[in-house]
Design a binder for this molecule. Structure first.
Ligand code: HAM
Length: 423
């Protein structure tokens, strides 16, 4: 019986991996411009890193992959990057430098969701966190960075949506107001939202089932409950965005899917025709309690993460000429098997000169080798014939112009380096 991949997972095949490489290179390139350094944390953590008392989001309560290891420890495959990064920040006392810690990460996450296009049970995120400062300029930098990154990828149909949940006080007042607003409608809300009403009323706002419920449409927004301080914090974030000429929209009902946020929250949405339901490419916001909840000092941070599959889907949907597959500079063909050691020597030498070269290991006949070389779009063929070998030369053929020249053995490297301008 053939064994299939786990539901909600996918393989990146050899013909696609170049797209991932390019995306990862781009992430590193842009993040370095903003002075972020990579952090790598484990894909599994002790469950309490994610299952904190304050985190009641569906994602963390219902969708995590939890298991006991053989030593009966409760572990969770990370459903997102932030909590693990903060666990590491605290455990390694990265706060002791008193400096802002700017980090990014790239890696797989696991959520037991209903799979569909753009939504998987194992998916990749790249995420960014700036931990240890509360400053509207930093919130703005995070949004500018997200915007800049998307622009540099070449994506055009993208919307940046921003909101503020305000500080603890504002958020508490707002939560209370939401509860009072929804209570009279309890009977008509979906089963999940009935639960959310007491535990976590903010979540009702992004319920997929109750989206069109009149009470959801008419619900008060966080903005209505911002206190003076939170209002001026948000105003300042927007001022920074305005000077950077970032185009954004204020989304009064945006609350995000995790519970650790306060103050600024934002999402990047694909606005591409026919893109599908999973159009949120990335999102994030400020968190003020996460560091202390995970045993660290009272420090705030802000970050965001993007789904990398969704970025690639958006690039495909917009037909962005984004990355090129590896191109073969040359392909070595031998007339008979005894010449294979000669081929090995040439290949090693050319790779030493940083040329991308290959030879054939499956076809014995010259014709078969040639076919394979052309199928792989090699720019040059290096043809080693018996007679030529005796004379100390090989034939080098440009596959585009079809011009073939005899080249001395000792000159092969020089010839190709010059032709390919790889000096
Ligand atoms: P999130 O909104 O849960 O935030 O996820 C960020 C992005 O990951 C989403 O916008 C989406 O593109 C992608 N994503 C989420 N779930 C899936 C899935 N099942 N399949 C494919 N893509 C998915 C966070 O994870 C926060 N940690 C972001 C953050 C960083 N906040 C502060 N710092």
């Amino acid at each position: 019986m053939a064994i299939n991949k786990v539901k909600g997972t996918y393989d990146v095949l050899p013909t696609e991996s170049y797209l991932w490489h390019k995306l990862e290179d781009k992430i590193k390139e842009v993040l370095h411009l903003y002075n972020y350094k990579e952090i790598r944390t484990p894909i599994m953590e002790y469950s309490e890193v994610f299952h904190r008392q304050s985190e009641l989001s569906d994602m963390v309560t219902k969708e995590t992959y939890d298991f006991d290891d053989r030593g009966d420890r409760k572990l969770t495959l990370r459903p997102e990057g932030t909590a693990g990064v903060i666990r590491s920040y605290v455990e390694n006392k990265l706060y002791s430098s008193q400096e802002l810690e700017k980090v990014y990460y790239i890696g797989p996450n696991f959520r037991y969701e209903r799979p569909q296009k753009g939504r998987y049970r194992q998916f990749y995120q790249f995420g960014v966190e700036a931990i240890g400062a509360v400053d509207p300029a930093l919130d703005a930098e995070m949004i500018i960075l997200a915007f800049d990154f998307i622009k540099r990828l070449g994506l055009k149909g993208v919307r940046v949506r921003i909101n503020s949940l305000g500080d603890d006080d504002s958020r508490r007042n707002y939560t209370e107001a939401l509860k009072n607003h929804f209570l009279p409608h309890e009977a008509t809300l979906c089963e999940d939202c009935k639960q959310r009403l007491t535990k976590n009323p903010l979540r009702i706002l992004d319920c997929k089932i109750d989206q069109k419920h009149e009470a959801v449409i008419n619900a008060p927004t966080p903005q209505d409950y911002l206190n003076e301080e939170s209002r001026s914090y948000f105003k300042s974030v927007l001022e920074h965005l305005n000077v950077a000429k970032i185009s954004y929209e204020i989304a009064p009902k945006l609350v995000r899917g995790l519970d650790y946020y306060s103050h600024t929250v934002f999402e990047i949405e694909a606005d591409i025709e026919g893109f599908g339901a999973q159009n949120v490419l990335g999102g994030g916001g400020r968190y003020q309690k996460l560091v202390s909840e995970l045993g660290g000092p009272d420090l705030g941070g802000i970050g965001f993460a993007c789904g990398m599959e969704r970025l690639l889907l958006a690039l495909e949907a917009e037909n962005v000429d984004f990355a090129k597959e590896i191109e073969l500079d040359a392909y070595v063909i031998v007339f008979n098997n005894d010449l294979k050691t000669v081929a090995t020597k040439i290949l090693y030498e050319l790779r030493g000169a940083n040329l991308t070269v290959d030879a054939n290991y499956t076809q014995k006949a010259f014709k078969g080798q040639l076919k394979q070389a052309l199928r792989m779009n090699a720019k040059y063929l290096i043809i080693i014939g018996e007679e030529e070998f005796k004379k100390g030369v090989v034939g080098i053929k440009n596959t585009k112009t079809e011009v073939q020249e005899e080249v001395l053995f000792a000159k092969i490297k020089k010839y190709l380096v010059e032709k390919l301008e790889k000096k």
